[in-house]
Design a protein around this ligand. Structure first.
Ligand SMILES: Cc1cc2nc3c(=O)[nH]c(=O)nc-3n(C[C@H](O)[C@H](O)[C@H](O)COP(=O)(O)OP(=O)(O)OC[C@H]3O[C@@H](n4cnc5c(N)ncnc54)[C@H](O)[C@@H]3O)c2cc1C
Length: 481
């Protein structure tokens, strides 16, 4: 029997897809709505993103990716590309379209001597870090091991090694990308340099990345872990000042939030405002202890789990069925002085959400030494990234927390109007422009015009193609694989 599926979106050309024919050409798996595994397969990280794709293709290799891209192009069905499925905006799934799911492409080749690795984009950052860590090596990603290397790398990648080794894209040496016309391109500083520039920050706009080649650093034993402090304005302000003044071996992520009822926190602190800070000192243990001492001295720690550890241990095992429902805003700010710290405390205390968080990441170091024009991530001189979020129970509560969120974000806004694309939700074109300020936007739009003139890859923080780009430069066909 021929199972068929139809487009339901009014923007697409209704079409018929023969599932048996598709299965016959693919090495991977096709999952349709009538299958038992469909509900599990369509789930993404964030709860409340409840979409029903017409089909989910768990691709096995780059050839499968080309087939799926061709299917999307020919059918007009909306194409969602998923690596780890952590998009806050819900871009890794679709109603009635095709999900190209890379999660079974987990090949990893580590060249210990050259300190490089080729990684397929179905790997999570935790999986990659564990495998590289077995050799005492690492590439910097973010703070959560279940995030896919696909999305975080294409967005930039700000994490525990950001001050020491820069963004994830600063360690990206090459990529293999299936373009909108289905061709597999090798992309690096020499081959398709325009595309190589664009995929380092420009997100999923330019094609499906099937493999990345990363530089690895010697990162073996670190001093790291969680330090929990009471979150008074004084402590918040001093924490940020210490993080800014610290040597760049230290990167910090400070979550100011009401303490959840975790067993590791004494009961009298549950529900109180705390800083749950993650610290990573990527250097000598003794020096690390010295650098972290001033943080411990800011107040009597409520919990102190900072200790020498192997780097991969910084990514604890995560529960597979954790699907938070959240709304968030991301921004860069220049400073957190005492009044700003008071603003943070006041807004968090006023929140009625199940959980309210202000996450503070002090930047600088290696990340800031790369020029703003060198990649599509233009925020090299931004000082501090702040993400504010409300977590709640049911998706239909979102509107309730919007005024609080936008009020909080507005109260924090300073001179730096930028945004990090990795943390953007579905916030409209204006915010995408803020992620790609000035000439970065024009350059990205021109490259988009050359590689994806019909905007096939549009389910993302979208950069519409500039039509004039198409004729000014041609793709070098000889560089396809
Ligand atoms: C809990 C949590 C913690 C986070 N922490 C950090 C952090 O510390 N630092 C940081 O920088 N970011 C962080 N992020 C943001 C994260 O980097 C982005 O959400 C990223 O896009 C997620 O990647 P993914 O592959 O898991 O998601 P997906 O939803 O699979 O991908 C997101 C989008 O990226 C594109 N994409 C993904 N893979 C590919 C590919 N192979 N080819 C082409 N396009 C692709 C698609 O457009 C897709 O819609 C965090 C997010 C969450 C939810």
């Amino acid at each position: 029997m021929t199972k068929q599926t139809h487009s339901t979106s009014p923007e697409t050309n209704p079409t018929t897809i023969s599932i048996p024919q598709l299965r016959a050409v693919l090495n991977g798996r096709v999952i349709t709505p009538d299958e038992a595994s469909y509900d599990e397969a369509r789930a993404v990280f964030y709860g409340g993103i409840d979409r029903r794709p017409a089909l989910i293709v768990r691709v096995a290799d780059a050839t499968d990716v080309s087939h799926v891209v061709a299917l999307a192009r020919e059918s007009g069905l909306e194409l969602a590309v998923r690596s780890g499925g952590h998009s806050l905006a819900g871009h890794s799934t679709t109603d009635g379209g095709i999900v190209l799911d890379l999660s079974e492409m987990k090949g990893l080749e580590i060249d210990v001597e050259r300190r490089t690795a080729w990684a397929q984009t179905g790997l999570t950052t935790g999986e990659y870090t564990a495998a590289a860590g077995a050799h005492g090596l690492a590439t910097g990603f973010g703070d959560t091991g279940s995030v896919g290397i696909g999305g975080i790398t294409l967005g930039g990648g700000v994490g525990y090694l950001v001050r020491k080794h820069g963004l994830t894209i600063d360690d990206l040496l090459a990529a293999e990308v299936v373009s909108a016309d289905g061709e597999l391109l090798r992309v690096d500083a020499e081959r398709h340099p325009d595309l190589f520039w664009a995929i380092r920050g420009g997100g999923g706009n330019f094609g499906v990345a099937t493999r990345f080649q990363y530089r690895l650093h010697g990162v073996d034993t670190i001093v790291g872990g969680m330090l929990v402090l009471p979150a008074t304005p004084d402590v918040i302000h001093s924490f940020v000042a210490e993080a800014d003044a610290a040597p760049e071996e230290l990167s910090t992520i400070a979550n100011v939030m009401t303490a959840p009822p975790m067993p590791l926190l004494p009961a009298e602190h549950h529900g109180q405002l705390v800083i749950m800070a993650m610290l990573v000192y990527a250097g000598e243990v003794e020096a690390g202890e010295r650098v972290i001492a001033p943080f411990r001295a800011l107040a009597t720690p409520i919990a102190d789990m900072v200790k020498p550890m192997r780097y991969p241990e910084i990514y604890p095992l995560e529960e597979g069925d954790y699907h938070p429902v959240a709304s968030a805003r991301t921004m860069f700010i220049d400073a957190i002085d005492h009044p700003v710290a008071e603003t943070i405390v006041d807004h968090l205390q006023a929140s009625t959400a199940q959980m309210a968080v202000a996450q503070i990441r002090v930047l600088g170091g290696a990340m800031a030494r790369v020029s703003a024009e060198a990649t599509a991530f233009a925020h090299r001189s931004s000082r501090i990234m702040v993400n504010v979020a409300a977590l709640y129970e049911r998706p239909n509560e979102a509107a309730e927390y919007e005024p609080w969120l936008s009020g909080f974000a507005a109260a924090l806004r300073q001179g730096d109007g930028g945004a990090y694309v990795g943390f953007l939700g579905d916030e409209g074109d204006g915010r995408i422009r803020e992620a790609y300020p000035g000439s970065t936007w024009d350059r990205l739009a021109a490259i988009k015009g050359r590689y994806d003139p019909t905007n096939l890859f549009r389910l993302n923080q979208n950069i519409p193609p500039a039509t004039e780009g198409r004729t000014t430069e041609h793709k070098e066909r000889s560089d396809s694989i």
